[in-house]
Design a protein around this ligand. Sequence first.
Ligand code: ZN
Length: 134
Amino acid sequence: MELTHIEHIGIAVADLEQAIAFYEQSLGLKCYRIEEVTDQKVKTAFFQVGQTKIELLESMAPDGPIAKFIEKRGEGLHHLAFAVKNIEQQLEEVSSKGVQLIDSKPRKGAEGLDIAFLHPKSTKGVLVEFCEKR
Ligand code: ZN
């Protein structure tokens, strides 16, 4: 496996504007990008903290994955994203070790990264994302 660092931490929020205000005013971070990922029905906001980003996720539709997550578990930590090299190969490798995948092939995520999710049933309850910048 070749995980290089924690690329970002995804946090589900009910109200993106309020959440951005908290990160900016209370924590002193600066939102550098807001982006809509339409196939995931989310609006995202990014903050850089060293090598790692915070990705705030607000649902753009009541039936979107983030809306469902908040309905079930409330706002909070949603996923952990590792930067990987050679994402297809990493997916094959974890899959061969019995890890269940949500995405067997990478797709395009925010910031133009290739991303894929592992199933939280296989990862001790944490939704894990692999991402690769190409
Ligand atoms: Zn993510």
